[in-house]
Design a protein around this ligand. Structure first.
Ligand code: ZN
Length: 170
């Protein structure tokens, strides 16, 4: 197992549409192991493969306690959504930024496990919110895309200044 580097906005690789997984092989198993290690090392609630520069439709969650929600979702698909709510989100790929996003707080999802076995489950509260956030990553979408234009422009300017400072320091 290894901890993986996380791509940061505005890296164009975060904008790619991830490909469905067809081969449930060793390379997928390795990716999932490494993603789980990276998830826990960063104390994050969720992580998607595109964030670690792998364009496969895979996400992992750190489910809340008292839930039977699985940790690994391959080729996930939301079947139904309900109970929209305004939730505060952040993202490992956009460090230091938080924003309020409207998300369903109950979802039913269909996915496959690491061996390709299909399952369906119901997620609620933060588990539901995180799953939708990570599925957005699989579609090349970031939570800041769901904020107002004004807020997006400010974030873009902040990230550009930060990138400039980092390249000057290097
Ligand atoms: Zn994210």
């Amino acid at each position: 197992m290894a901890q993986l580097d996380i791509l940061e906005h505005p890296d164009p690789r975060l904008r790619l549409h991830a490909e469905p997984v067809a081969d449930f092989d060793d390379s997928l198993g390795c990716l999932i192991d490494d993603m789980l290690e990276t998830l826990h090392a960063n104390s994050a609630l969720g992580l998607s493969a595109p964030q670690v520069d792998d364009s496969r439709r895979v996400l992992v969650l750190n489910p809340s306690e008292n839930t039977s929600a699985p940790q690994v979702y391959v080729n996930p698909e939301v079947l139904s959504k309900s109970v929209p709510g305004l939730v505060e989100e952040s993202c490992l790929s956009i460090p230091g930024i938080v924003g309020n996003v409207v998300r369903a707080t109950e979802v039913r999802v269909r996915a496959q496990d690491c061996d390709g076995k299909p399952f369906e489950c119901d997620l609620a509260a933060m588990d539901a919110v995180c799953l939708q956030h990570e599925i957005d990553h699989l579609n090349g979408k970031l939570f800041i895309d769901r904020l107002s234009l004004f807020r997006r422009l400010r974030i873009r300017a902040m990230m550009k200044t930060k990138a400039r400072r980092q390249s000057n320091a290097a």
